[in-house]
Ligand binder design. Sequence first.
Ligand code: ASP
Length: 353
Amino acid sequence: MKTFSLLRSAAWMLVICSSLQVRADTTYADDSTHQEKYVLVIHGGAGTILKKNMTAQKEAAYKAGLEEALKTGYKALQAGKSSLDAVEATIRVLEDNPLFNAGKGAVFTHDGRNEMDAAIMNGKTLEAGSVAGVSTIRNPIAAARAVMEKSEHVMMAGRGAEQFAKEAGLEIVDPAYFRTEERWEGLQKALKADSLKSRLDHSYQPAGKLGVENIDNKFGTVGAVALDKAGNLAAGTSTGGMTNKKYGRIGDAPIIGAGTYANNNTVAVSCTGWGEFFIRSVVAYDLSALMAYKGLTVQEAGKAVIEKVGTLGGNGGLIALDKNGHAALPFNTEGMYRGMVTAEGKITIEIYK
Ligand code: ASP
């Protein structure tokens, strides 16, 4: 009897230790906010965002930007507008804010250009629209919506997408509009690191074989997911992509099912992080499928997909809002700019883990 209970304690110790091991191996955070009901959840990018590297001023500016976006979307939802309207309005605010890597303030490509991607999806109809590699559309999220609503296509790229946006009456700007000094410096740092690494190690492939580099250790894509009064979900994502990206590289944001997805039966999702890994893991759709086919909660499914990204060696995070207004905001980076608002108008904004 004694031997049995000793064995049983040893077995329990083993279980506890191995679960601790899993925790120690996985850098993972989740706000676990499922008790409350949210109508709008946003992100402003995930990455190495550490308090010690942030000035009080900068932190306040980021928080103000997130708050302005949340209030804009919330106002739309309160006025009875659709989740699509709220997502678009929210993302426009973030695109116009140079702090975020979307619209003005987008990161630079290897060739010194700003090439943006965006997508939007209607959870009620499963209609979707996206644009990729655009350089002259002031608000790429508006172009994504126009693709969804005013064309028979889902995805348009480059010059064709720009032509379409112009014909749809959207605001077209000179490519110089998107430039900010901070992002330009980010590219210079990435280029320097590229050439230094290739000189130091001949086996090193500049900026990795992916042709992109997360040089400032911060992503910064923006995204929004919303649930409106009619019970309809919508998701949207907009980004400048990754610093030093090459050869017309396109990330996960405009790929429906990878960086963006919405389905009234399950969840609305917007991702941020190292896009190649999010594409390969088909993150947003995988999250929805885990809920639909396995009956996982939004928290369980969110945690599972971010862990899959981590297993492949990728990093980032996502926001997910289910059909009942429960939210999950998992990420495996040091921080993620994020915010939520409840149906009663209670706003929460967070940056660090
Ligand atoms: N996911 C984006 C991309 O790979 C980058 C980001 O989230 O900041 O293009």
